[in-house]
Design a protein around this ligand. Structure first.
Ligand SMILES: Cc1cc2nc3c(=O)[nH]c(=O)nc-3n(C[C@H](O)[C@H](O)[C@H](O)COP(=O)(O)O)c2cc1C
Length: 150
């Protein structure tokens, strides 16, 4: 069974577009080699990332990510074996979102601010799974609109 980790973190400095592109380009190449798939969200100087793959590959990557100085307060929200990958088609998808969207995905009042949303995900970990479903829905929608556009 694939293993899945969802974590949140705070970027050490505000990420520019090229900083994110650098993380994603390298991640996609390296994840392709190690069989990792997932998605990354960056909003209000916080990351939310889903990683999935073999337990060994995910744990090895989490160990590297946890010591990466580009972010801090890495908090694992979910870590479990899952029957199937959610992001099988994405080596590392990037989803841009607003704090309100993340709150909505997590099933919270959209006026809740991001730190509160992340706190709720820590306390009630089902919310992290709900947020992940929200990320997936956005990606499916993006894919559908691309396909629809021909
Ligand atoms: C928010 C964030 C997400 C990251 N996601 C990945 C990822 O999905 N895959 C990956 O290989 N590295 C990712 N990295 C980079 C790793 O932390 C690390 O720099 C990279 O694995 C290279 O490690 P190595 O050169 O020691 O092999 C991420 C870094 C940050 C800050």
């Amino acid at each position: 069974m694939p293993y899945q980790v969802i974590y949140s973190s705070a970027s050490s400095t505000p990420m520019q577009r090229e900083d994110l592109e650098d993380i994603l380009e390298r991640a996609q190449a390296s994840n392709a080699a190690s069989g990792i798939t997932g998605a990354l969200v960056y909003v209000d100087e916080c990351f939310l990332q889903v990683l999935e793959g073999s337990a060994e590959a995910v744990q090895t990557l989490m160990a590297k990510i946890s010591t990466d100085l580009r972010h801090e307060t890495v908090t694992v929200l979910q870590a479990q074996a899952v029957p199937a990958r959610c992001f099988a088609d994405w080596q590392m998808a990037y989803v841009s979102a607003t704090a309100a969207q993340v709150a909505e995905w997590a099933g919270l009042n959209v006026r809740t601010d991001l730190p509160d949303t992340l706190d709720s995900m820590r306390v009630d970990r089902e919310r992290a799974l709900q947020a992940m479903d929200g990320i997936l829905a956005v990606l499916m929608q993006q894919r559908a609109s691309r396909t629809g556009a021909g």
